[in-house]
Design a protein around this ligand. Structure first.
Ligand code: SAH
Length: 347
């Protein structure tokens, strides 16, 4: 079976790689070796695959591509050790990736697209629209390069950087398959979170795969009208439809959903908002992650102060909702999504 990923050998799954290697007249165990070079030893060239013959390496080099994204810039927070990377892809496009240290292990936040088409009013990633989607190998490459650069293990990955992963569905699913494959990094699906603004048909498709990943929904508003004001995707998929899809996801996979809620002063932070949010989350046993909005100057949104944020949280807790306030990481190094890239390309 030929792979749909053509020359991009890092996006081949184990089965596809095996049939490729056999079709080239090589023994099956070579596939295991190559898969290990790519996904465990994290090489960025065929030349590093020293247990293959020189002629076989040459043959692979002629027909396939293998590289990791290039680090163009990296910043490290003095406050918490968070690292933010700006990567250049093979075609010159740039994406951002963030490395965060938590008590329970290291976490990497990756981008799924160059830019974004969703147009959320509070988000810097979408200001210049969508350039293109990332391939599975470009999503993996961000993590692999961070592992190599830090020399540390990565235990959690969140697909919460630039882009809308559920509009890059096939590549996302292949990425999950490769990253969790026992022949590669062998990370548990439970350590992977995918965040979406609410692409309803693909939430349902994803549910049917019955993966054990965590699905995070960027909710940010509790009525459809208010959601439409800040998230254009609500014009296509209503809040009701989104909630139905969330219920389907929870019922089908047994995995609790996370609602992300960026608190924006004067926009979605009233007592009624808290009550409505509790009504949405309660029946789903959903976890709520409150994010004091990262101010984006272009939009003029600011976060409520700390006491208003705590009051909002307390209102949810009184309704027995499981809620956390997202710790701000790397505040001193262009925290919010898409900011580093914008600064670099002069947006
Ligand atoms: N497109 C996906 C994933 C990328 S955005 C999604 O919408 O979920 C990752 C998270 O960061 C989303 O919850 C998004 O709404 C949030 N976000 C974007 N800009 C932000 C800002 N300025 N402040 C706080 N959160 C922001």
């Amino acid at each position: 079976m030929p792979s749909t990923y053509d020359k991009d050998i890092q996006s081949y799954n184990f089965e596809e790689l095996t049939s490729l290697i056999e079709s080239l007249g090589e023994k099956k165990f070579r596939a295991k070796q190559i898969y290990e070079w790519i996904h465990v030893k994290l090489v960025s060239s065929f030349d590093e695959m020293t247990n293959l013959s020189a002629s076989f390496r040459e043959k692979l080099k002629e027909d396939y591509i293998l590289s990791l994204p290039e680090i163009v810039r990296f910043q490290e927070s003095k406050e918490d050790g968070t690292r933010k990377y700006l990567f250049k892809l093979r075609d010159g496009n740039m994406v951002e990736t963030v490395f965060m240290r938590y008590h329970h292990g290291n976490s990497v936040c990756i981008s799924s697209q160059v830019g974004c088409a969703m147009g959320c009013k509070f988000c810097a990633s979408t200001l210049d629209g969508l350039e293109r989607s990332l391939t599975p190998s470009e999503m993996l490459g961000q993590i692999y390069q961070v592992i190599k650069h830090t020399g540390e293990r990565v235990s959690n990955v969140v697909v919460m950087g630039m882009g809308e992963p559920l509009t890059n569905y096939d590549n996302l699913v292949r990425f999950i398959e490769l990253f969790t494959d026992e022949h590669g990094q062998n990370i548990s699906q439970r350590n992977l979170t995918v965040s979406t603004c609410g692409i309803v048909p693909n939430i349902i498709k994803l549910a049917d795969l019955k993966l054990q990943i965590t699905l995070a929904i960027s909710l940010h508003a509790t009525t459809n009208d208010k959601r439409k004001e800040i998230m254009p995707v609500a014009n296509t998929y209503s809040l009701d439809k989104l909630m139905d899809a969330c219920k389907y996801y929870f019922d089908t996979t047994g995995r609790r959903i996370t609602f992300e809620y960026a608190l924006i002063g004067g926009v979605n932070d009233t007592a009624e908002d808290a009550a409505a949010l509790a009504r949405l989350a309660g029946p789903l046993s959903a976890h709520i992650n409150l994010i004091p909005v990262n101010p984006v100057v272009e939009r003029g949104f600011t976060a409520p102060d700390i006491s208003a944020t705590m009051a909002f949280k307390n209102k949810l807790e009184k309704k027995r909702i499981n809620v956390t306030i997202r710790r701000e990481m790397g505040r001193d190094i262009d925290g919010a999504c898409g900011q580093l890239r914008r600064r670099h390309i002069g947006g």
